[in-house]
Write a protein that binds this ligand. Structure first.
Ligand code: EPZ
Length: 415
């Protein structure tokens, strides 16, 4: 298993290009199952989760080839089973469920099982599919879904689930009649999926608002689409500038997706200048403490919680970070404490007492964003930090050590 070795204490400066959004690429790749026409996707990030869903699409009969700059797919065959060995490595595999039921009237998808950051059930996905007329039953750890033809329905999501909204939107595009999804998630990745589906001929209104309306159509065409930039990758590098008191310009990003992150970082004393597709982040001194409460978009993203916690470890004062979306997304706390941070967990909140300095040490990544926070802390820590299990990082960050190296970080991957 690869490790990352970081010698901290260097200011990062320079420009990097933000890659395509993993959490937009995954549902849009799943959506290619809805047609047998070729689909060309550009700006797809080269991350493990994309490799995983590409392998899954291959098992389902799609022909997926990664060429520069993106991915070409076309699904001719009629596979409809998503096996456990693939689904357990990536929960987002559940995103093939809606398209398979919509296209073939049946699907057999492994239940994702537990996850490091929380229970993450899929009950809302399944309930929504039942509302569309699918017969769902669980056996042997698999979801079996059958529906001669899905029928549009009105449904209300108990929680604004991101992949739940995406799954149900994809199921509804080929259903008969109108579907209304109330209390839908409004993340930018939902809007990106809806515009890709629109290019394929789907009729969707209201994506990005809590009420999504879909008029079912009989079939969809192919598409050529450019994936939106990754707002969480961008936010992560904004924190890299802040924690190393550097000066980084992020290119090909969408600042309008990052307003809560920008506002919070400005509160800590970071200077942020927004262009229309770039952001410049500078910090000259030690960060001020902050209060964070994660929430669905447009609130502070749970996917940025661990990264801002790394910054708060060095603040001049005490920060309070409350995780309201997942029930167990504080695994990075004990690893940050190993680097000299002073954090205690009280229920859903982490109380972060700022320290003057962090000290390099061997630490272990536990989930995707936790590993990003350890990299950020290592960049600021005095001495050497070795991060193990970096396969977590590779799931969602494209060539992170290369991008950080170009900004002046002393970081290398050891096999
Ligand atoms: C998506 O996960 C993202 N993944 C996550 O990013 C992100 O953290 C999360 O949304 C929240 O923004 C992808 O888009 C592939 P949810 P998702 O369904 O859809 C509960 C990353 O770092 N819930 O919005 O699985 C659930 O337990 C990943 O890139 C149910 O109870 O999240 C959670 O508490 C990590 N029943 C809350 O809703 C359901 O049927 C939000 O989950 C579905 C969800």
């Amino acid at each position: 298993m690869d490790k990352l070795l970081i010698r901290g204490g260097r200011r990062l400066s320079g420009q990097i290009k933000i890659s395509g959004a993993k959490n937009a690429a995954l549902p849009i790749l799943a959506a290619t199952l809805l047609t047998d026409k070729p689909c060309v996707l550009e700006n797809v990030p080269q991350v493990r989760d994309v490799d995983t869903i590409s392998a899954l699409l291959g098992k389902l009969g799609s022909n997926v080839e990664r060429d520069n700059p993106g991915i070409v797919t076309s699904s001719k065959a009629k596979g409809f089973e998503a096996p456990y060995d693939l689904v357990r490595t990536m929960r987002a595999s559940i995103l093939v469920l809606g398209p398979l039921v919509a296209r073939y009237g049946r699907a057999r998808v492994s239940l994702p099982g537990g996850c490091a950051i929380g229970a993450r059930p899929v009950n809302l996905h399944l309930h929504g599919l039942e509302m569309l007329g699918a017969k769902i039953h669980l056996e042997g750890g698999y979801i079996k879904a059958e529906a001669p033809r899905l029928k549009g329905a009105e449904m209300w999501l108990d929680l604004p689930t991101v992949t739940g909204t995406e799954n149900l939107m994809m199921a509804a595009v080929l259903a008969e009649g109108e579907t209304v999804i109330e209390n839908a998630a409004i993340e930018p990745e939902i809007v990106d999926l809806a515009s890709a589906l629109g290019r394929m001929g789907a009729r969707i209104d209201g994506a990005g608002t809590p009420t999504v309306r879909v008029q079912g159509v009989s079939e969809l065409g192919g598409l050529r689409y450019r994936i939106m930039p990754d707002r969480i990758e961008a936010g992560t590098y904004m924190v890299a500038a802040a924690i190393t008191q550097g000066d980084i310009e992020l290119l090909d990003c969408q600042p309008e997706h990052l307003h809560t992150v920008t506002a919070k970082l400005r509160e800590t004393g970071v200077t942020i200048e927004e262009g229309d597709r770039q952001v410049r982040v500078r910090a000259q001194n030690r960060p001020q403490p902050t209060e964070i409460k994660t929430a669905p978009y447009p609130g502070f993203p749970t996917d940025m919680q661990a990264q801002v916690m790394a910054l708060s470890c060095l603040a001049e004062g005490t920060s309070v970070i409350t995780e309201m979306v997942f029930e167990n997304r504080f695994m990075h706390v004990l690893e940050l404490d190993r680097l000299g941070a002073d954090i205690i967990i009280e229920g859903h909140s982490a109380i972060v007492r700022g320290v003057d300095r962090l000290y390099g040490a061997p630490v272990m990544a536990t989930d995707l964003r936790a590993s990003a926070s350890l990299v950020l802390a290592g960049l600021a820590a005095q001495g050497e930090t070795v991060i193990s299990r970096v396969y977590h990082l590779d799931r969602g960050y494209e060539r992170m050590e290369e991008k950080l190296g170009r900004l002046g970080a002393d970081i290398r991957r050891i096999k």
